[in-house]
Design a protein. Sequence first.
Lengths: 197, 66
Amino acid sequence: MRNKGYQHKYIDFSFKGKREEEEIILMLRRHWLILLMEFIPLGFFLICLLFIDIIGPFVLELFPFQMSQSLLNLGESFLYMFFWFLVFIVWIDYYLDVWIVTDQRIVNIEQKGLFRREISELEHSKIQDVTTEIHGIIATLLKFGYVYVQTAGERSRFVFKQVPNPVLVRTLIMKLQKQVIKKEKIMEGKILRGKFS
Amino acid sequence: MYFIILSVFLFGALAIIYHLQAYQFNRRIAMFTTLLFIAGFLIVLAVNVVSAIKVDWSSFPIVIIS
């Protein structure tokens, strides 16, 4: 199958376990709104830190604390460091959760915290059905939702969570599945003809 | 105490850098995010070390310094 448009977009991308002849068709992550929602509490935390930065020296002057300005600065710098770490932990949690659709299979990589990673894959030939779900006003307006892939394998359902354009994703997976099945049938036909001719 | 806390943060920084590099999908993006993290971390670390130098540690009880 020639997927030159998608192939061009993901030509510099790779993942562990990618087969040599495999082409990445699509790499999906959760919708950007989900990431933004996770950054909002961090934004509030940053505002509190800036507030402490501004108010701190005045509080030190007003009250007879034995804490020096430099000790306050030291504590604040640790908090800023903690904030910077949180930003990247949230980013890693978002960025490393990915659904990769190739011309042969679907690979789901889920990062659960910093030290736990779950990888599962599903061959297109094992797909039985694909359904989508878009739930809520915001999801409907921004067009993101869930894609459920029903399988014939050990794991009965593969779920794409909160991905953009789930309907297009569904259409693409169904198209790839049909192409894989058609290819397999052609191969079977060739084998049979070769056997009986 | 200060060095213990600093060690925890340094270890955390290494863990984050490891994840950014080991689980990359695109070399350019991985390099960019890693460098961004390191740059921000070094800036905050510099402020932290300078603040620590300015603190009068002798005014604290021994148990806190250790």
